[in-house]
Design a protein around this ligand. Structure first.
Ligand code: NI
Ligand code: MN
Length: 223
């Protein structure tokens, strides 16, 4: 069965496969489907860092559906203190979950929690391999990621101001060499307004990656 990619809004998306679901950075405010925390049914919740637009409703969702939070040790410490199940990892760490392997990738960004560090994830979800960069600046060691754990999809922030802008995210696409790039973290607010079609044209002209423009609320099938 193919995996489904459901873009909720901002940096929040779900992947569903084999009757199981995972969600990334569940910030639900303003999502066009009007989804609330109790509408979300998932088995695992990935949190890249503690900023409000990423932590979002994570703890509420985790408690509602007894899902396990996967994040850095600091975010998982907060999650456990809030009564959630959590599996703490850290930068460069890998672990084999029942669905497949997870690697915690570096992200150069604020952690949003004392003593923490922002992160990204390389996730093999029942054979669907995805890199989610989280919020990050462009950094050259990104090019090591596909050598460590190959992936077909790179979910990248392109909004600028807080993260890579389209120009930097096009360099990231060159480094990552994924078959597909899915842009996120843009157009949510005026400071991160971007022309996603210009980004698509740029990446497709300068790399062999195809850019999948998914609108908030839309679901696409992955390979
Ligand atoms: Ni952030
Ligand atoms: Mn953010």
């Amino acid at each position: 069965m193919n995996a489904k990619f459901h873009y909720i809004n901002h940096a929040c998306f779900m992947i569903e496969k084999n009757g199981s679901a995972i969600i990334f950075d569940p910030f639900l405010d303003g999502n066009p489907e009007g989804l609330q925390a109790n509408d979300i049914k998932v088995d695992y919740i990935f949190i890249s860092h503690g900023h409000f637009d990423h932590l979002g409703s994570a703890f509420e969702i985790a408690k509602n559906c007894d899902a396990t939070i996967i994040s850095t040790a600091e975010i998982c410490g907060l999650a456990e203190a809030a009564g959630c199940k959590a599996h703490g990892m850290h930068l460069g760490g890998t672990f084999m979950f029942p669905f497949g392997k997870v690697r915690i990738a570096m992200a150069f960004h604020g952690s949003g929690v004392p003593g923490g560090h922002a992160c990204g994830f390389v996730v093999d979800f029942y054979g669907t391999k995805v890199y989610f960069a989280g919020d990050t600046a462009l950094y050259s060691d990104m090019q090591l990621l596909p050598q460590l754990d190959p992936f077909d999809y790179a979910v990248l922030p392109i909004g600028g101001n807080f993260t890579m802008d389209p120009k930097d995210a096009a360099v990231a696409a060159k480094f990552l060499q994924a078959k597909y790039v899915i842009p996120v973290h843009y157009n949510t607010w005026p400071p991160i307004a971007q022309d996603v079609n210009a980004y698509k044209a740029d990446v497709e002209a300068t790399t062999s990656s195809k850019v999948l423009v998914v609108k908030p609320g839309e679901t696409i099938e992955l390979e």
